[in-house]
Design a protein around this ligand. Structure first.
Ligand SMILES: [Zn+2]
Length: 239
């Protein structure tokens, strides 16, 4: 970022800004130039993007197709383990840099906004973290992605969901068992404010889809009339 480059690299301000928005591309490690944030333009051009048009019938929507009515679905790119493009999400999640999550949210929202994805959406709600994980990490990366989307669209962020319990590691479980485990995990707290008819559920990465579907399920159970759409930064292959 421009301000960072103008400062003496040894100053405290430079170090703080460099931590919030590191001046290297988090994917390839190349030094960012003015105007670039988090991911350089070259890497943005090489992202394995997912075509999300039409918003109501695409690879993400089909992956989540279930008994819960989901209106629109979108994910920015394919998450391949070991790929350099997973690094920015990893940094946002585990690197103590929620500002990176927010910037990635802005980046994807700016693109989707041009496709009218957010038309008719009244509120954004992040997939919640278990409270203990939230305390340990210090933040919920999905909430910061949601705030980045709000920066672009002006749609308010409401935390409607609560993670009632941890469900341990899911990796050894079948897809059905993961879904059964996850669906008992999330609760809807309170009633959406008057005027909220369509809500967007936001997560960082969709793997099996069990987590985001469990959140949609909790919302749908509590408020069957609510229209629900989903957005994730990435989605794994072959899930
Ligand atoms: Zn790069």
């Amino acid at each position: 970022m421009a301000e960072t480059k103008c400062m003496n690299p040894g100053t405290l301000a430079h170090k703080i800004l460099g931590f919030v928005f590191p001046d290297i591309c988090l994917a390839c490690g190349r030094r960012l130039v003015d105007g670039e944030k988090v991911i350089c333009l070259h890497c943005q051009g090489s992202l394995p993007r997912i075509n999300c048009i039409p918003h109501t019938d695409n690879a993400v929507h089909r992956h989540l197709a279930s008994t819960i009515p989901i209106e629109k679905a979108a994910a920015m790119f394919v998450y391949r383990r070991g790929d350099i493009f997973t690094k920015p999400i990893h940094t946002a999640k585990y690197g103590g840099r929620p500002a990176v999550a927010r910037e990635l949210g802005r980046m994807f929202a700016a693109r989707l906004d041009k496709q009218s994805f957010f038309n008719s959406i009244d509120a954004i709600t992040p997939v919640p973290l278990h409270w203990w994980k939230h305390i340990k990490r210090g933040y919920n990366q999905s909430e910061h992605i949601a705030r980045g989307i709000a920066d672009i669209t002006g749609i308010p962020v409401h935390t409607h969901l609560l993670r009632a319990s941890g469900h341990g590691s899911q990796t050894q479980l079948s897809r059905t068992r993961r879904w059964e485990n996850a669906s008992a995990t999330y609760l809807c707290k309170g009633k959406p404010q008057n005027g909220i008819e369509h809500i967007l559920v936001v997560d960082d990465v969709i793997t099996t889809g069990a987590t985001i579907l469990a959140c949609c399920h909790a919302l749908h159970q509590a408020h069957p009339q609510l229209r629900i759409s989903v957005l994730s930064l990435a989605m794994t292959e072959n899930t």
